[in-house]
Design a protein around this ligand. Sequence first.
Ligand SMILES: *[C@@H]1O[C@H](CO)[C@@H](O)[C@H](O)[C@H]1NC(C)=O
Ligand SMILES: [Ca+2]
Length: 336
Amino acid sequence: MISGSSLILFAAFSVSLCDDGHEMEEFLKREYSLSKPYQGIGVSGSSHWELMGDALVTTDYVRLTPDHQSKQGAVWSRIPCHLRDWELQVHFKVHGQGKKNLNGDGLAVWYTQERMQKGPVFGNRDFFTGLGVFVDTYPNEEKLLEAQRKRYTPRTQRIFPYVLAMVGNGSISYDHERDGRPTELGGCSAMVRNLKHDSFLFIRYVRRRLTIMLDIDGQQEWRDCLDVPGVRLPQGYYFGASAVTGDLSDNHDLISMKLYQLTVLRSKQEDEEQQEVLVPSVDNMELLRPLTDAEGMSSVTVFFSVLFSMLGVFLLLVVGLVLYGHWSESRRKRFY
Ligand SMILES: *[C@@H]1O[C@H](CO)[C@@H](O)[C@H](O)[C@H]1NC(C)=O
Ligand SMILES: [Ca+2]
């Protein structure tokens, strides 16, 4: 069943078209891929993958965390990836006993300079350098605001689980309490918990364009989640995945991570223009954007500001008309 559907996916994607019509070819790169049977993982140095923390491997999946409190686990590739254009297909499963929003905290997929470092970002270190894609299953900000008895504004309301991408340059922090909003590249809601069918996350990086898609409806169809051009990621980083539980928990299981090399035809000029990237960045975007008060205006505030300005203009018009009436009256009186 599982291998069948991934076969279909592979066949469907073995030749595909890029946005601008260029044809691309895909090749599965086994050295960067994690799939059944997970031979030698966590046992010896012979495997391409290394386990960490509470992660464990069974015949059917790599369990990053079990459905217990305060666990964290990860799996990391041992080999840095020097491919320029690639696509990562992540087959995963998040499931547990917790009812809606009484589960946590989620899992992350990484392409970073650092590897095998414990920390607060879904079990991985903060101030990371590279790309993180988070499947965040717990709405921390919403709960925080509720606890502070602040009315929750529509601007910030999001349905969780939420998939979010972030690019770090080593000096910016993931804000866990705010679910990473100040540093997000973009994202989408995704009901990924306790699904009966297989769920997939798809990360494509071609010509510095980052695209994230999901297949979580059991239809073998990819749904767009995020599409950002101008994402500069250095080569030679490591792929990995991590997960964490806190007071609330879930099983975070990885069934496979398959990396495909994409061969993209580039003109000579394009090749020459593309100088090597040393620090991750995104064109025309600050990686950290603290929300100011003005930016934090909710749609309710905007609505009332517009309403009051319109009332103001109307009032001015009325006053103007009244004054004009008085003026013409007194002028008439002067003439008689
Ligand atoms: C990292 O990003 C922040 C925020 O965009 C920026 O202020 C800082 O200079 C960047 N650091 C490096 C090393 O590029
Ligand atoms: Ca969260």
